[in-house]
Design a protein around this ligand. Structure first.
Ligand SMILES: [Zn+2]
Length: 311
């Protein structure tokens, strides 16, 4: 089914959400950005690290081990935001710590995370790095990255100390994979949420739109792009780090607020990531990827990654 053919609830014309990775996001800036989204009536997904270090040395990153940050996340959840999983901690976790992180998450937020995204620097990443692509595309990926990541990520490797794929399958519904330079994520990945039989420990995958920092985010959310998302009746799941350049002088950047306000005034469906994906799954099921579909999707992303550096 194409994005165009899909009807959104309550007569809404398109859908928009964000999965925000917690990298470099201090509590003060998190409060500013989420305060802005809250004021505008947007409800999105904030990824967290439930355990591990926070604000160590010159690190700006928080984890739920900071009581004030945990309280902030719990208040957002109460206000209708979704809390997502970005791995147990900001550095690599073995199986025991990943399990402890998931258990802590459940204790803090009342249930397992519905949505997750791998953290680029954690070796327990599941089907991450070159494992995102298959066959000759993996060979190309490894050649382009000089083989540095060829055997690095092992969250899906049974028996490895970092293995947690079985926990992922049992406890998490959705995992992010490909990121595209297009505001209409659903147009680039109309099959989402989809299951990949070659990566069975993730129940369903979703794609995202490029917005890794404030400049990229605002480029994707430009006025013409917003209007196109609306006219195409599409769905946007932004990939971002709200800790990377969205605030200055103790407030959110004026241009960010202006663009988000403009978007919020449209007749869009502004719900968290898993609400959006649950809706798509209910409408059209979780698609099981064929070999041909996998190849097409992987080539499309790999080409963009090698030419434009997409995430
Ligand atoms: Zn990250």
């Amino acid at each position: 089914m194409s994005g165009e053919a899909l009807k959104w609830p309550d007569g809404k014309r398109f859908a928009f959400t964000v999965f925000d990775d917690p990298d470099s996001q201090p509590l003060e800036e998190s409060k500013l950005v989420y305060g802005c989204l809250m004021d505008l009536g947007l409800r999105t997904t904030m990824g967290v690290w439930p355990v591990g270090p926070y604000r160590k040395g010159n690190s700006r990153s928080e984890s739920c081990e900071n009581p004030a940050y945990l309280q902030h996340a719990q208040e957002l959840q109460k206000a209708g935001f979704e809390i997502g999983f970005h791995g147990a901690a900001l550095n690599t976790s073995n199986r025991e710590r990943t399990q402890a992180g998931l258990d802590a998450f459940r204790g803090y937020f009342g249930s397992d995370p519905a949505a997750m995204a791998n953290h680029f620097d954690n070796d327990e990443g599941i089907y991450f790095g070159p494992n995102r692509v298959s066959g000759i595309r993996r060979w190309i990926y490894n050649a382009a990255t000089l083989g540095k990541q060829a055997t690095r990520f092992n969250g899906h490797t049974a028996g490895h100390p970092y293995y947690w794929g079985d926990l992922c399958e049992q406890r998490i519904r959705y995992c992010r994979n490909f990121v595209y330079r297009d505001i209409n994520t659903l147009a680039r990945c109309p099959l989402m949420p989809y299951h990949d039989p070659e990566r069975p420990l993730v129940r369903a995958w979703y794609a995202s739109s490029e917005g890794a920092n404030a400049a990229l985010f605002m480029a994707t959310l430009s006025e013409p792009n917003q209007d196109r998302l609306e006219s195409e009746g599409g769905a946007c799941i932004m990939y971002t780090h709200f800790g990377k350049g969205f605030c200055e002088d103790g407030k959110v950047k004026t241009e960010f607020r202006r663009l988000m306000q403009r978007l919020s005034e449209k007749n869009g469906w502004f719900v968290p990531v898993s609400t959006l994906l649950d809706y798509l799954a209910a409408r059209k099921g979780v698609h099981s990827l064929t070999g041909r579909e996998r190849a097409r999707m992987e080539w499309s992303w790999l080409w963009e990654k090698l030419s434009a550096g997409s995430s």
